[in-house]
Design a protein. Structure first.
Length: 352
């Protein structure tokens, strides 16, 4: 285990100057947390899988709630990293210690080469999470996963249910099966374009434009500046500018228009029903939360919430409400889950 020193006061430097991308990424991460007033510990946790280092951020809770005995562990989505959890971390850490880590192949973590076989690649990824948990000496976790991270968190819980106290899925990717009517509706031209796009990794264009990456991100996603500081564009570019081995895993696990090859709709019912599960969807998200409710809404250990004010990035669109829902789901002894609840903008959810 090595300590990572984070510098937040360094002035912005042009992309052609001497600091490495790794150093600039650490600085961008630090500036995002600093802007939020978060005091945190950054570490590189080495795991056995190909001597991979997992970049980990910890924010300790000074007075953890007795009803949430285990720490909250955050698993980010595709193309993201620990810093994008910033606002949620700040609020969640008021109730319990929070750990957030960059998945192998993403962010500041190492870029190990994964198998090209989908089943093996998924196993390597979730076993990396288990090795990280072991190195962190965590008996159990309140596991919170967003998007692709939600898919991986569910896969982890399927294999290691005894290590998961609660599973919270924030607008998870990879649950629904692909609609068989989509592909036949595409024109020949659309199918040709789609075929060409599939030959490349999803974020290849971001790397291709080099130092113009942050500018491209800003043009494509001007809304991100409203959720974070302007440093978010540097952060996302730098987090995805290195060898994209995690990106390759995502591509390996998905097919066609980004649907999962092995959707959780076919696997979720095998999850140990002693693991309470909470879905938190954004009503304005592209994820079909109604389908998720249809598939799992009758299970006693599952509850679902839909945040009216949020899109796909529920944890950033309304960090206060998201944190309230997460903390509310961590009550010990909670077995029977309620129906899907629509959380309107003026509703109040009482934490613990």
């Amino acid at each position: 285990m090595t300590e990572a020193t984070v510098t937040t006061s360094r002035a912005w430097l042009p992309y052609f100057s001497c600091p490495s991308k790794s150093q600039r990424l650490a600085e961008a991460e630090g500036r995002i947390f600093s802007a939020l007033g978060i005091r945190y510990l950054a570490r590189l946790i080495q795991i056995p899988f190909k001597n991979t280092e997992i970049s980990t951020v910890t924010v300790n809770c000074e007075q953890p709630s007795p009803k949430t005995a285990y720490p909250i562990v955050l698993v980010h989505g595709f193309g993201a990293g620990v810093a994008l959890w910033g606002s949620a971390i700040k609020r969640l850490a008021q109730f319990q210690t929070v750990h957030a880590f960059d998945l192998p192949g993403f962010g500041r973590s190492s870029r190990p080469k994964f198998s090209t076989d989908p089943e093996t690649a998924e196993t390597e990824m979730i076993d990396s999470i288990e090795q990280w948990r072991d190195k962190m000496n965590l008996e159990k976790m309140n596991l919170v996963g967003h998007s692709f991270g939600g898919y991986l968190a569910t896969s982890y819980a399927l294999k290691y249910p005894g290590r998961v106290e609660n599973l919270v899925l924030a607008d998870p990717w990879g649950f629904n099966e692909m609609d068989p009517e989509i592909m036949p509706k595409l024109t020949s031209r659309q199918k040709s374009i789609f075929w060409v796009v599939q030959q490349f990794n999803p974020l290849a264009v971001l790397r291709l434009v080099g130092g113009y990456g942050p500018t491209l991100m800003k043009r494509l996603r001007p809304d991100l500046a409203l959720k974070y500081s302007e440093d978010v564009y540097d952060y996302i570019y730098l987090a995805n500018s290195k060898n994209p081995t995690g990106e390759v895993v995502f591509k390996c696990l998905s097919e066609n228009l980004g649907w999962a090859k092995q959707p959780m709709s076919k696997r979720f019912h095998a999850l140990d029903n002693t693991v309470p599960v909470t879905f938190i969807h954004g009503e304005r998200s592209w994820i079909d939360w109604k389908m998720t409710r249809t598939m799992f809404g009758e299970l006693d250990h599952v509850e679902s919430h839909v945040m009216e004010s949020a899109g796909h990035h529920v944890y950033a669109d309304d960090a206060d409400k998201f944190a309230e829902l997460v903390i509310g789901s961590l009550k010990e002894g909670k077995t029977k889950k309620g129906p899907t609840v629509i959380i309107a903008e003026d509703d109040v959810v009482t934490p613990l």
